[in-house]
Write a protein that binds this ligand. Structure first.
Ligand SMILES: C[S@@+](CC[C@H](N)C(=O)[O-])C[C@H]1O[C@@H](n2cnc3c(N)ncnc32)[C@H](O)[C@@H]1O
Length: 311
């Protein structure tokens, strides 16, 4: 079991955040602090870094950073706005969201994220609150389960998988990751090459249990609200649903809605947009993926806050 996490797109994210020496930065996904430590190296003595993580183990790991410019808060990033307000931080210059789960979370069987190692079927990033995967699977209706597996896992055998889970729990609760993986494997009729048949279902249940897409949407909105003019938003996503959400968020706030764009209006008659997209989506190089296969699905998007436009 590894307690380390290799930061993904580290230099690319750092450059995109464009950190000035006195910048006020937020790392909303501390993990094991790979990005945070690098941000601190770029900050001058008057810079500040506020980190968040919903996982108490990540917050505990941050105790190893003894730096007066740094502090960490145990909170979901959907509380970014209140966390900033409570600390009197009205404007931030850089916001990093490196979403998804960290290697220590996947690699610790006790966290219940992995179908490769047997462990309690938990899957909560914050085990101190919310409902575990096992508890949710005890009561969820087959239709809702199929919907979650189809929507968040993009699993074409969502219905047979949901039916198999509901049938299996008649003979006893599904409380272990291996138990769930075996039930799912038996229901997935056609395997995808190089992929465990449980991959999509585990992803779907994890996204549901942690409300990952709702969290991300909320953090982007609150981040935009607090970004200073010229401030940068950098988001790294690890699956297509997250990336689509980030892409659509940036597009919605950086381009004129289609219904207005179709009207015969001059540029100065169109509403100004609070964000501008910076460059295209960035993916890890072949060398990075070779060195860290977990980086392979990462996609980074960057946007900059425009001065003088209300968000
Ligand atoms: C990919 S890891 C980040 C790794 C980090 N950049 C590093 O270099 O170590 C994602 C982290 O974000 C945290 N996280 C995911 N969703 C969160 C949310 N909604 N609120 C707060 N933290 C979240 C996870 O607990 C995990 O520690």
């Amino acid at each position: 079991m590894s307690a380390a996490h290799v930061p993904v797109l580290l230099n690319e994210a750092l450059d995109a955040l464009r950190i000035g020496p006195a910048a006020v930065c937020v790392d909303a996904t501390f993990g094991r602090g790979g990005h945070s430590r690098a941000i601190l190296q770029r900050l001058g003595p008057h810079g500040r870094l506020l980190a968040l993580d919903r996982d108490p183990a990540a917050v505990a790991a941050a105790a190893s950073i003894a730096d007066p410019r740094f502090c960490i808060v145990h909170a979901p990033f959907s509380h970014l706005g209140p966390v900033l307000d409570e600390r009197g931080v009205s404007r931030i210059d850089a916001l990093l969201l490196d979403v998804g789960i960290s290697s220590p979370q996947i690699d610790d069987p006790q966290r219940g994220f992995s179908f490769r190692h047997d462990g309690p079927l938990d899957m909560r990033m914050d085990p101190t609150r919310g409902t575990s995967a096992a508890r949710w699977l005890e009561e969820v209706e087959e239709d809702e389960l199929a919907h979650v597996i189809r929507t968040y896992g993009e699993e074409r055998f969502a219905r047979p998988v949901a039916r198999a889970i509901v049938a299996a729990r008649q003979t006893g609760a599904i409380t272990r990751t291996r138990q769930l993986a075996q039930v799912v494997a038996a229901a997935v009729r056609q395997r995808e090459p190089g992929q465990d048949p449980a991959t999509r279902t585990f992803q779907a249940i994890r996204i549901h249990v942690n409300r990952e897409l709702e969290e991300l949407e909320a953090a982007l909105g609150q981040g935009l609200h607090h970004l200073a003019p010229g401030g940068r938003l950098v988001a790294i996503a690890f699956h297509s649903l997250e990336d689509r959400l980030v892409k659509q968020f940036i597009r919605r706030h950086s381009t004129v809605p289609d219904e207005l764009a179709r009207l015969p209006l001059r540029e100065d008659q169109l509403p100004p947009r609070p964000l501008v997209a910076v460059g295209r989506a960035i993916k890890p190089s072949a060398a990075e993926v070779a060195a860290n296969p977990r980086a392979r699905s990462a996609v980074m998007r960057v946007a900059e806050r425009v001065a003088g436009v209300a968000a």
